[in-house]
Ligand binder design. Structure first.
Ligand code: HEM
Length: 232
């Protein structure tokens, strides 16, 4: 098992596995959010299901573990790539691509992380953490958002254009990160299949576009509704 931690291929494997699991979470989360357009009652039921109970807390802990593994291994691999390249940063076109991807994937990952912190404060902190600890920390009482209040909470949040822009920046960074993720993973592993590399690039772009459009439509529609321009 030590090859998973010590070898370069093992680290890339863990990066790919944690990345795939996170993409599955994103697909679930994006579909769940779209339910808010079909039925707010349905969305409230899902939020209740994901709310303050032991299995939701266990899922959150597992998710945080996955995110941490993904970030730590990204750090490992970025440092490893830098060391391996040494002084010859831009020696050949292939190296330029690897340099581009490792540098930008890392920066984009940081933007996604900043967005995630803002988003977790907006939703998870108020809907799960505050409710769990309101009994112990009195100040949290005024922050709690109950599942039944999620619609009003989204109206309030996404009625603010600054918040909408911040969310769209985060989702755009997520798009670049995801669409490049699959391809750069194969590219940096030295996979050079002439047929499959372009196909993987297209598949990565389609999946990233569908996920990010599904996310982006939520703040946009809620903002339009706040202007009285309800189209959904
Ligand atoms: C833009 C539209 C989005 C909306 C309306 C939205 C809504 C929500 C809501 C309501 C929750 C709380 C669920 C609950 O505990 O009951 C939540 C949690 C969460 N969201 Fe989002 N989300 C959006 C985008 C995103 C994106 C783009 C990401 C990732 C990059 C993300 C990652 C998370 C995570 C990690 C949690 C915590 C999950 C847990 O408690 O286990 N969300 N979101």
């Amino acid at each position: 098992m030590s090859w998973l931690l010590n070898s370069s291929i093992g680290r890339k494997f863990i990066m790919a596995l944690s990345g795939c699991a996170l993409v599955l979470f994103l697909i679930f989360h994006m579909c769940m959010n779209l339910v808010s357009f079909i039925s707010m009652d349905g969305y409230i039921m899902i939020c209740e299901f994901l709310g303050t109970n032991w299995y939701a807390v266990a899922a959150t802990v597992a998710l945080v573990g996955l995110i941490l593994i993904h970030i730590l291994y990204a750090l490992f691999l970025t440092l490893q790539n830098r060391r391996a390249r040494g002084g010859d940063k831009y020696g050949s076109s292939n190296l330029t691509d690897v340099a581009w991807s490792s540098k930008n994937m890392f920066v984009l990952g940081l933007v996604v992380l900043a967005f995630l912190l803002l988003h977790l404060y907006d939703f998870w902190f108020k809907m799960m953490f505050a409710e769990l600890f309101a009994g112990k920390i009195h100040a949290l009482h005024s922050i709690v958002v109950l599942p039944a209040e999620v619609g009003g909470h989204m109206n309030m949040l996404f009625g603010n254009p600054i918040k909408v822009v911040l969310y769209l920046i985060g989702i755009a960074a997520l798009w670049f990160h995801l669409s490049h993720g699959v391809w750069s993973m194969f590219q940096s592993s030295g996979f050079n299949g002439r047929t499959w590399l372009p196909r993987l690039k297209v598949i990565g772009t389609i999946v990233a576009t569908l996920i990010c459009l599904g996310f982006a439509i939520v703040p946009i529609i809620f903002y339009l509704r706040s202007l009285g321009l309800g189209i959904l």
